[in-house]
Design a protein around this ligand. Structure first.
Ligand SMILES: NC(=O)c1ccc[n+]([C@@H]2O[C@H](COP(=O)([O-])OP(=O)(O)OC[C@H]3O[C@@H](n4cnc5c(N)ncnc54)[C@H](OP(=O)(O)O)[C@@H]3O)[C@@H](O)[C@H]2O)c1
Length: 317
């Protein structure tokens, strides 16, 4: 496993990390995803197997969140007896029911209560990284939430703090606050942050964890199961898979290698749901950067259309 420096933390993190949203809730793309929210979680035993295989392969970062159903519980169980091995990242939502940022004592109470529940579910006394979940600019424009995160750090509940974000403004604010890490979307189609946020984060020593490597599956055969209103994305997915076939590469392999080719990426988070998918990802992570001719063929596939590249706008719950 390749390890990469994690911003200014001094940590060496595996270039591949494991995402576990699918452990605790329906997730991904499926023909009935608009109704069901995607595919049901693998069994707890299969999740534990996936975690074991990931650890045995050298993966040392696992991402979860309070909001992923019982993903933290499943992960906590799977890590029983081996807590020291992986770095764990979890997340806290800091918005009220209307989606407005919490403030003052309500914000502090939310973060403290959420972290306590996460530690209990994960059966641990601290996590390695605590992220604000999908932090909007309105939240990051004030220092309040940053102060609350620093407090969590000073209590030893989390060693490093950061934010998972959408768009450009939020990761920019997170970097300006000198958070330890950001988690952002980046893939063959969605390169909006490639020339701005990724180099800026690197310059500031803020670690970059990338999600949406497979665009929730749209960069794989799952692209054919997208709802009709995303026909343009299905077309893009087919064009991408044609290029992969041209180079005799599996679409998921090419998608992951594209992300790992960017040196500003500290770790690529993959939402694999089976050991077979994990094995392919592990294989991809040994192949090194993509050659210029393949990168040139992928260039025309980039799009800034948020309706296509932001899964939270797809109408899949
Ligand atoms: N706002 C946030 O903080 C946020 C948002 C989203 C995700 N995340 C994090 O990122 C992680 C990854 O989620 P993501 O949305 O970014 O998903 P992703 O990794 O881009 O895609 C995951 C989907 O790709 C498919 N897939 C994976 N390997 C494959 C293979 N070899 N062949 C074919 N299909 C394959 C899987 O579907 P099948 O198994 O059905 O093929 C899976 O549902 C999550 O678990 C979570 O930890 C965070």
């Amino acid at each position: 496993m390749e390890f990469r420096p994690f911003g200014n933390t001094g940590l060496q993190i595996s270039a591949l990390s494991l995402g576990t949203a699918a452990f605790g809730m329906n997730y991904g793309i499926s023909p009935d995803a608009s109704k069901t929210g995607g595919l049901p979680p693998p069994s707890d035993a299969d999740c534990a197997m996936l975690v074991q295989c990931a650890l045995d392969s050298g993966i040392n970062l696992i991402d979860t969140a309070r909001a992923y159903g019982d993903s933290e519980v499943v992960l906590g169980e799977a890590l029983q007896g081996q807590r020291q091995r992986p770095f764990i990242a979890t997340k806290v939502h800091c918005l009220d029911r209307r989606g407005a940022p919490l403030r003052g004592s309500a914000l502090r109470a939310r973060v403290q209560a959420s972290v306590r529940k996460s530690l209990e579910a994960l059966k641990t006394d601290h996590v390695d990284m605590l992220l604000i979940h999908s932090a909007p600019p309105t939240l990051l424009q004030s220092n309040e939430v940053i102060d609350v995160l620093r407090e969590v750090k000073s209590r030893g509940w989390a060693r490093y703090v950061g934010a998972s974000t959408y768009g450009q403004e939020s990761p920019q604010l997170a970097i300006e606050h000198d958070l330890d890490l950001i988690q952002v979307a980046y893939n063959v189609f969605d390169r909006r942050l490639e020339d701005t946020i990724l180099p800026l984060a690197r310059q500031h020593g803020v670690a970059v964890v990338v999600r949406s490597v497979y665009l929730k599956g749209a960069l794989t055969e799952r692209g054919d199961d997208l709802p009709e209103h995303l026909g343009q994305l299905t077309d893009l997915s087919r064009r991408f898979r044609q290029i992969a076939a041209q180079y005799e590469l599996a679409p998921a392999d090419l998608a992951l290698r594209f992300v790992l080719t960017n040196p500003a990426v500290a770790s690529a988070l993959v939402g694999v749901r089976s050991v077979a998918e994990l094995d392919l990802a592990l294989q991809s992570a040994t192949q090194g950067p993509l050659p210029p001719n393949i990168l040139a063929d992928l260039d025309p596939l980039r799009t800034d259309d948020v309706q296509l590249v932001d899964p939270s706008r797809w109408g899949i719950p």
